[in-house]
Design a protein around this ligand. Sequence first.
Ligand code: ZN
Length: 198
Amino acid sequence: MDYFSGYISKLIEQLSRLPGIGTKSAQRLAFHIVNMPKEQVGALANTLTDAKNNVRYCKQCFTLTDQELCPICSNPKRDPKTIMVVETTRDLAAYEKTGKYEGVYHVLHGAISPMLGIGPDDIKLRELMQRLQGDVEEVIIATNSSLEGETTAMYISKLIKPTGIKVSRIASGVPVGGDLEYIDEVTLLRALEGRVEL
Ligand code: ZN
C-alpha cells in the first residue's frame, strides 16, 4: 500500500483490525474519515477514548457498564437469587430486549474452548462460584449452543451440582451454533421458559 500516504496506510491497517472489517471496507472508512470535518474526527476520537476509559466490568455480574454496579444489579426489582449465565454482554442485551427476565446475570466473557486454548480460568467462572456462596436459588446456563457453549454449560453444571443450587439449561430451541444475539425475542423466551434442570 505504498501508493497511499503513510498516515492513510496506518489508518487502514488499524481499521482493518476491527471485526468484520476487511481491507476494502477499511479503505472506504479511512478515506471517509480523512474527508470528514476536523471537529467530527475529533469527536469520534474522543468518544472512542472516553468509552475505553470509562467502561468497566460491573463488580457483581461483570457486564460492561460505567458504574461500579450495573443498572440491572442495582435494580431492587430484579431477583438476585436467579442468575443467568451468558457468554457476552451482547447476549445479556438480547435477553434484556425480551423484557421478561427478572433475574440477574453473570457474564463469562467467553466460553471454554480446548481447541483455542481457553480454559476455565480464562473466563469469569471463579467469580461466578464466589457469587454462589451468597443466597442463590437457581443458575440458568444460557451459553450458546455451539460446541464451546455446550462444553462450558457441562463444566459449570458439574461445578454447581454439589452445592445443591438448582442448575438449568435453556431449551435447545436455539439453533445449534447460533449466536444468541441474532436470535429473535420469541425464540429466546421460549428457550428460557422451556429450560430443563440439569
Ligand atoms: Zn451487574
